[in-house]
Unconditional design. Structure first.
Length: 79
């Protein structure tokens, strides 16, 4: 996710927003998967502008971190 934008790229100083296509491409999942996650309440938080969904880069980062598998338990038998 390229969020290194200059002031010229983002004159308003607002956080970058990704659309559904960009989010799916970044995560390397089908677009339909993003929509499925939305209907099941599993995906990152989104903003709705009319019929358009937009995802804040920071919300995507938080959601990705929440998807991380927990650390495996350490083996007690010394292996």
């Amino acid at each position: 996710m390229d969020t290194d934008h200059t002031a010229a790229d983002n004159p308003w100083g607002l956080e970058p927003l990704l659309d559904v296509d960009e989010l799916a491409a970044y995560l390397r999942v089908p677009i339909s998967t993003v929509y499925d996650w939305r209907t099941r309440g599993l995906g990152p938080r989104a903003y709705r502008f009319g019929k358009h969904l937009k995802f804040a880069a920071s919300d995507v980062r938080v959601w990705i971190e929440q998807q991380r598998d927990p650390e495996p338990p350490s083996s007690s038998d010394g292996r």
